[in-house]
Design a binder for this molecule. Structure first.
Ligand code: C2E
Ligand code: MG
Ligand code: MG
Ligand code: MG
Length: 287
């Protein structure tokens, strides 16, 4: 894969450079064991309607519980898993587990909502990805509208025809695509021209600076919201932690909010308790 990616794509691997090569070998072996022992878990972070607080979706986020290291963050192990190719196996597990979970919720007769899965650029290049997703939807008998994929701008950089074909096939299946961390990649606006995502997730870096005198971040946020409205795309603001951010986003007609202000990512049992009520309130302002 590394060859195929070419030397322009070294930034994919940057985050894993904090590990020495011997540490990486140990972690790779531990990751294999973790797959076998099912030490990976999915947490779910609710997405809420900005005006009502109704839970109208969730993002599935991977957690690795490591016996000695405790929780290893996906920000650390996903880049490593991309490097040693285990991301395909781990990613398949994520897709299957989400489909299984959706089936369980449907069987319980819950009011349904879409769950978003993160797909990293290396996973996205896998030629079997679309077929695998289709197969899992069929196996668990899940309508495609309950599954969303979050890809980053990094997934859109490669061989244009292959990428656009893949996006078209997913869209034909009825799967909605979100661009994650929007605005942090190269030529973000060009990507919108090449392909119309259903959803734009404005990066938490912009959102979190709102209210902290970073007027440029607020300006970028409101511009993205305006642009998305013109283009008929939904915007999700991620990383919303403060009331001032929520107020700003509401004022600029952002529809969907994700952030610690409403909830952190939580284990499935906790998420189901939230679903029982169906609404979340923002945490009270800090004194
Ligand atoms: P992401 O897809 O952009 O996910 C959002 C990240 O922001 C999550 O971090 C989430 O916990 C965090 N977040 C949400 N709200 C707030 C907030 O209000 N404040 C702060 N400070 N953070 C907030 P997490 O779970 O550590 O995941 C980090 C990244 O790891 C994800 O970023 C995604 O790129 C990757 N990742 C997670 N799960 C998977 C997976 O199943 N597959 C792949 N390929 N990547 C994954
Ligand atoms: Mg995401
Ligand atoms: Mg993001
Ligand atoms: Mg991210």
């Amino acid at each position: 894969y590394a060859k195929e990616l070419g030397k322009n794509n070294y930034q994919l691997y940057e985050a894993s450079q904090e590990f020495s090569s011997s540490e990486k070998l140990i972690l790779e072996e531990e990751m294999r064991q973790a797959i076998a022992n099912e030490d990976f878990k999915l947490y779910y972070q609710p997405l809420v309607d900005a005006s009502t607080g109704a839970i109208n979706g969730a993002e599935a986020l991977l957690r690795w519980y490591h016996a000695e290291r405790g929780f290893v963050s996906p920000g650390e192990f996903v880049p490593l898993a991309e490097e040693n190719h285990l991301i395909h196996e781990i990613g398949s597990w994520v897709i299957q587990t989400v489909c299984q979970q959706l089936r369980a919720w449907m069987d319980q007769g819950l009011p349904m909502f879409p769950v978003a899965i993160n797909v990293s650029p290396i996973q996205f290049m896998n030629e079997e990805l679309v077929a695998f997703i289709e197969e899992q939807l069929n196996t668990y008998n899940i309508p495609a509208k309950y599954l969303k994929l979050e890809i980053t701008e990094g997934s859109l950089l490669r061989n244009e025809k292959t990428v656009l074909d893949k996006l078209q096939r997913l869209s034909n299946l009825g799967i909605k695509i979100a661009i994650d961390d929007f605005g942090t990649g190269f030529s973000s606006l060009m990507h919108l021209k090449k392909f119309s995502p259903d959803i734009i997730k404005i990066d938490k870096g912009f959102v979190q600076s709102i209210g902290n005198e970073q007027t440029i971040d607020a300006a970028i946020t409101s511009t993205v919201l305006h642009l998305a409205q013109e283009l008929n795309m939904t915007v999700i603001a991620e990383g919303v932690e403060e009331h001032v951010q929520l107020d700003f986003l509401r004022d600029h007609h952002c529809e969907i909010i994700q952030g610690f202000l409403f909830s952190k990512p939580v284990p499935v049992e906790t998420f189901e308790q939230m679903l029982a009520d169906g609404y979340l309130k923002p945490a009270p302002p800090q004194a």
